[in-house]
Design a protein around this ligand. Structure first.
Ligand SMILES: Nc1ncnc2c1ncn2[C@@H]1O[C@H](COP(=O)(O)OP(=O)(O)OP(=O)(O)O)[C@@H](O)[C@H]1O
Length: 599
């Protein structure tokens, strides 16, 4: 069989001959025409050349072939041109894409909003988005000196690249083109997805890295004093949901030693990467905080995150539609030892390490739900009514599908990130599977109990110390007074406070929010607060009330420290009576009686 090249050659030669024949015909050279007609009328061709000559003798086919060849030639030239264009473009331009939801998107948006040239742009989009930062991070020029210009309370305006047009700016002598891309997401939960594309006129990739570093530094500077909270999306990707001011560690009152244990252990872990590597131990640490509700488990985690400079990624195990595979994917996408930026086709390591705190709240809840769902489904299956079964299955679909083995795999499977700290909280320690609690998964278990007298006293001090003094005693957890005494005789404070201080709210029982309570609160010295705090703690029974409920009580006495001490015994009596009532209502015999009366 003839090779394609030979075949093409034959077509060409025939076409050329034929053209000459054709031209001859047009010129009235009858001899050629005779030859042609002779060949067309000759016997059916037996070899390839004569077959082609035979086919080409049909003029329509000949024209068609010419068209085909000409078209192919044009298309090849077009492709070659495009290829050369992209080659030249790629060697002179660097293109980087930033997907919304990724931290780098916020870095770039904030950096862009701070560019002087940006402020002169004629086509910008105005946004009140805080770009994942606390509200003061993005200000309008002049706003710093004019607080009355703050728009919508605590959110400020930002200049963003408008969707409609392409923007240009100069960065360190390089021309940069900025395009904001909006895409409509696919699927049932489809939502608008945004991306930012930067095209830099530069041959050296160092410009891009420099730009990323500048943007990251700009963001970090604006982020000072806040922690970022991320949660998982329905499409199993991490999404920034909030930035919160760092909570000072000393605002959380725990029994002595607990805070030190947690912070020192976490710091030590973060500094021990090579120690773990040398011993082949996975570089991960897990903390299980368990105990009474409202005792400060979640608060201490957020506070630690601020202290360690880490972001918090909340893994919500009871999120609907979360299953084992999705959980494992989520865990593997937590920030690990390296943050990889993905400019098109290439990967750069921007910073040596990027770590986070993964937080799983109420870790027991997901499995009790799964168990309940399974029981429901079994129940429904035994019933003859198909309708009920369908309903039970329907309910099951709306809840989490995470199994214990799925969680264990996600925590220490191959995809699990190195360098992450896991905090899990539960109110039902005894219901947790031992496999989940074993060292390696949960290395440190800390019990949080109901408030002790010590905690009650320190909470009171936190509430009523003047801000300046609170700063002064920051980190000082030692009690100000001895457990039994109220200081010297002179320092004794009568519970009946001066009338101008007790004035409080003009309307009895109504508290004003905002700054007014600060203005109206009596000014107490540290020693006066210490004395009142000791009295307050005396009245609070050991381990009976949660810190959250004591905080709730003090919140209604924000400006009335004396009354707080005076009224705490009454509050305790009332709380006990309420608790007894609730216990009576929820006792099994009572529930039976209620069910009977209902039927
Ligand atoms: N030890 C504490 N020191 C200071 N404030 C506390 C403490 N414990 C609880 N609080 C306050 O009580 C509220 C609830 O606390 P938090 O959510 O941390 O409790 P939790 O133990 O996580 O509760 P749950 O188990 O119900 O989730 C917060 O506003 C917090 O300020």
């Amino acid at each position: 069989m003839a090779s394609p090249l030979l075949f093409a050659q034959q077509i060409f030669s025939v076409l050329t001959n034929n053209d000459q024949n054709h031209a001859g015909c047009m010129n009235g050279t009858t001899g050629n025409a005779t030859v042609f007609s002779n060949s067309s009328t000759s016997a059916f061709p037996t070899n390839a050349t004569s077959l082609i000559q035979f086919l080409i003798s049909y003029s329509a086919l000949r024209e068609w072939l010419k068209l085909l060849l000409f078209g192919s030639l044009l298309e090849s030239l077009r492709r070659l041109g495009l290829h050369l264009y992209y080659k030249a473009y790629n060697s002179f331009f660097i293109t980087a894409t930033f997907e919304e939801g990724d931290s780098s998107y916020f870095w770039m948006m904030l950096w862009l909003s701070k560019q002087p040239s940006w402020r002169r742009a004629r086509d910008v989009q105005i946004s009140t988005s805080s770009l994942g930062l606390n509200a003061n991070a993005v200000l309008i020029e002049g706003e710093e000196t004019d607080p009355s210009a703050v728009v919508n309370g605590d959110r400020q305006l930002a200049y963003l690249p408008s969707e409609a047009s392409v923007h240009h700016l100069w960065y360190r002598g390089h021309w940069v083109r900025v395009t904001r891309i909006i895409r409509q997401g696919q699927g049932y939960y489809s939502r608008r997805e945004e991306a930012l594309e930067l095209c830099i006129l530069a041959r050296d990739h160092r410009v891009l890295n420099q730009l990323l570093l500048d943007a990251k530094k700009c963001y970090q500077a604006a982020q000072q004093g806040t922690i970022s909270i991320y949660t998982s999306d329905t499409d199993n990707s991490w999404r920034h949901i909030a930035s919160r001011p760092k909570r000072p560690l000393n605002s959380i009152v725990l029994d002595p030693g607990i805070k030190d244990l947690l912070i020192e252990d976490a710091r030590d872990f973060l500094a021990s990467k090579s120690w773990y590597a040398a011993r082949g131990i996975p570089f991960r640490r897990g903390y299980l905080l368990y105990g009474a509700p409202g005792s400060g488990k979640t608060s201490i985690i957020h506070s630690l995150a601020g202290e360690l400079g880490l972001d918090v990624y909340i893994v919500s195990l009871s999120r609907s539609l979360l299953d084992d595979a999705a959980l494992s994917e989520l865990i593997s996408e937590l920030p690990g030892e390296q943050i990889i930026l993905q400019p098109i086709e290439r990967q750069y390591s921007l910073s040596p390490s990027e770590r986070c705190i993964a937080l799983m709240e109420d870790i027991d809840a997901a499995f009790s739900q799964t168990l309940k769902r399974n029981l429901d489904e079994e129940d429904a299956a035994t019933k003859s009514s198909k309708e009920e079964k369908g309903k039970a299955q329907g309910q099951g679909q709306a809840t989490s599908r995470v199994s214990l083995s799925g969680l264990l795999n996600a925590l220490d499977g191959v995809g699990a990130q190195e360098g992450r700290i896991l905090f899990a909280t539960t109110n039902k320690y005894s219901s947790l599977d031992p496999a989940l609690c074993r060292p390696g998964r949960m290395d440190i278990h800390v019990q949080f109990k109901l408030a002790s007298k010590y905690q009650a006293r320190e909470l009171y001090r936190c509430f009523y110390l003047p801000d300046s003094e609170a700063e002064h005693v920051k980190g000082d957890e030692s009690p100000v007074t001895s457990d039994s005494g109220y200081g010297s005789e002179d320092e004794k404070v009568a519970l009946s406070s001066p009338s101008d201080e007790t004035a409080g709210s003009p309307i009895e029982g109504v508290e004003f929010s905002g700054y007014s309570h600060r203005v109206r609160a009596p000014k107490l010295s540290a020693s006066q607060v210490a004395i009142l705090a000791a009295k307050f703690a005396d009245a609070v029974p050991e381990r009976e009330f949660s810190m959250a409920s004591l905080q709730g009580f003090l919140m209604s006495y924000k400006t009335r420290p004396y009354e707080a001490v005076r009224d705490i015994p009454d509050w305790i009596t009332k709380e006990r009576a309420d608790a007894a009532k609730r216990a009576k209502v929820s006792s099994p015999s009572n529930q039976d009686a209620e069910e009977k009366s209902e039927t």
